[in-house]
Design a protein around this ligand. Structure first.
Ligand SMILES: [Cu+2]
Length: 147
């Protein structure tokens, strides 16, 4: 009888013990689900009704720190720096393992939004972007790429 209890206890531990922890780890990344994949780097992407933007790494990314650039333009083609742009980098296959958390892009004197992105290992990566205007999120998008 005692052996049976031990076996049942071991079976319960094997099946039931770990899932609650896994569930507890997911809510942080769930907030990104409304983000849509962006068109390719370099393409003009509509942003709200009156702007468009382009994005892309300053150079072909490799292991280490890469600089992500975002340029926002009015319909007339002038640089616009009235948005707040945030970026987060992560590996979709290792969600959270290297996530940087949302960081504000800085704005260069030429009006280009810049963010250093730490790419710490080869594999699948994503950069997620959030564009905010007057406190409201205008667009969320993700860029998926392989390193
Ligand atoms: Cu990784």
């Amino acid at each position: 009888m005692r052996i049976l209890i031990v076996i049942v206890t071991l079976a319960l531990l094997a099946c039931g013990a770990s899932p609650p922890e896994a569930d507890a780890a997911t809510p942080a990344s769930g907030a990104k689900r409304d983000a849509r994949p962006l068109p390719k780097p370099g393409e003009k992407i509509p942003l709200g009704g009156a702007h468009y933007f382009t994005y892309g790494f300053a150079k072909q990314p490799k292991l280490g720190t890469a600089i992500m650039r975002v340029e926002i333009f009015t319909k007339g083609g002038a640089h616009d720096t009235s948005f707040v742009v945030k970026g987060d980098a992560d590996m979709p296959s290792m969600r959270g393992a290297h996530a940087s958390g949302d960081k504000d892009f800085s704005i260069s004197t030429k009006g280009v939004y810049l963010l250093p992105v730490r790419l710490v290992m080869p594999g699948d990566w994503e950069v997620s972007f959030t564009f905010i205007k007057e406190g409201k999120t205008v667009l969320r998008g993700i860029y998926l790429f392989d390193l």
